[in-house]
Design a protein around this ligand. Structure first.
Ligand SMILES: [Fe+2]
Length: 273
């Protein structure tokens, strides 16, 4: 078996003072055109320092999450692809959305590792320091996103409550998402996924996501996932969510068409209301 090449040390965070904190490696992981220009897959740089999200997420937790857990998914993805050169230039997102084209012997490994890589790359961008001169998060959504949340969920506060309660209710390891559906007049929905599944595989375009694996919060909040969620809202990067909402109609239409959508949490709530 070919020996895995050593990866450059990319774990040191870099402060990005731009308005859109997207590192090159995150862009590669999330490439919608399916191309990975930099075999091997790389751990994306954080768009802020490890202590930048304190007190919501402390330095030790963020460093462990990024430089150990996310890094492990990247390493596992590269290892799984070692003997499959035809797949090595594919982006992690492409691999995740085309699992039926992946050889069965590595399909589950690709699903887990590419999912972990894509989801965490999205997650870092979904957060931003609140109290700094380059803060982009921590304030309420504005514009069309704010209108859509108010239309779909009655109010921002109710949306946050519903999102938090949904996150707390996830059994085991998973993610909770605000997504847009594929239709031209697509709706906002709340969904959860198990493991590192990603809603794009079901035709939903992610706008906001929260990692509710224990490794995301246990060091700081022990088993209180609700407290983690309540603090996490302070570092949500609403400007990034607005950016994704603005591109969502176009991007969602390009996702796999899903003829039979699962029952959505939001639909259950609407019917109960
Ligand atoms: Fe995580």
């Amino acid at each position: 078996m070919t020996k895995l090449l050593a990866q450059p040390n990319r774990t040191q965070p870099r402060v990005n003072r731009g308005a859109t904190p997207v590192s090159a490696h995150a862009a590669t992981a999330l490439s919608a055109d399916g191309v990975n220009n930099t075999w091997l897959h790389m751990l994306p740089l954080l768009p802020y320092g490890y202590a930048a999200l304190e007190p919501a997420i402390d330095r030790q937790s963020l460093k462990l999450h990024h430089s150990v857990h996310h890094k492990a998914y990247v390493k596992q993805l590269n290892q799984a692809l070692l003997e499959y050169p035809a797949l090595q230039r594919k982006s992690a997102q492409w691999l995740l959305l085309n699992l039926e084209l992946i050889p069965t012997e590595i399909r589950q490994k690709i699903k887990n590792s590419a999912g972990g890589h894509v989801n965490h790359s999205l997650f870092w961008q979904a957060m931003s320091p609140q109290l700094s001169d380059h803060a982009t998060g921590g304030v309420d959504p504005t514009g069309q996103l704010a209108d859509a949340i108010a239309r779909e969920f009655s109010s921002l506060d109710f949306f946050k409550t519903l999102f938090t309660n949904t996150a707390v209710s996830v059994f085991g390891s998973g993610w909770v998402w605000l997504v847009r559906t594929q239709e031209d007049d697509g709706r906002l929905e709340l969904i959860t996924t198990e493991g590192h599944d990603n809603p794009m595989a079901q035709g939903y375009y992610p706008l906001l996501l929260c990692d509710v694996w224990e490794h995301a919060y246990y060091l700081q909040y022990k088993n209180s996932r609700r407290e983690y969620l309540e603090q996490w809202w302070h570092v949500v990067n609403w400007r990034e969510v607005e950016r994704r909402y603005a591109e969502a109609k176009h991007r969602a239409a390009a996702l796999p068409q899903v003829s039979k959508a699962p029952k959505l949490l939001t639909q259950l709530w609407r019917h109960a209301a």
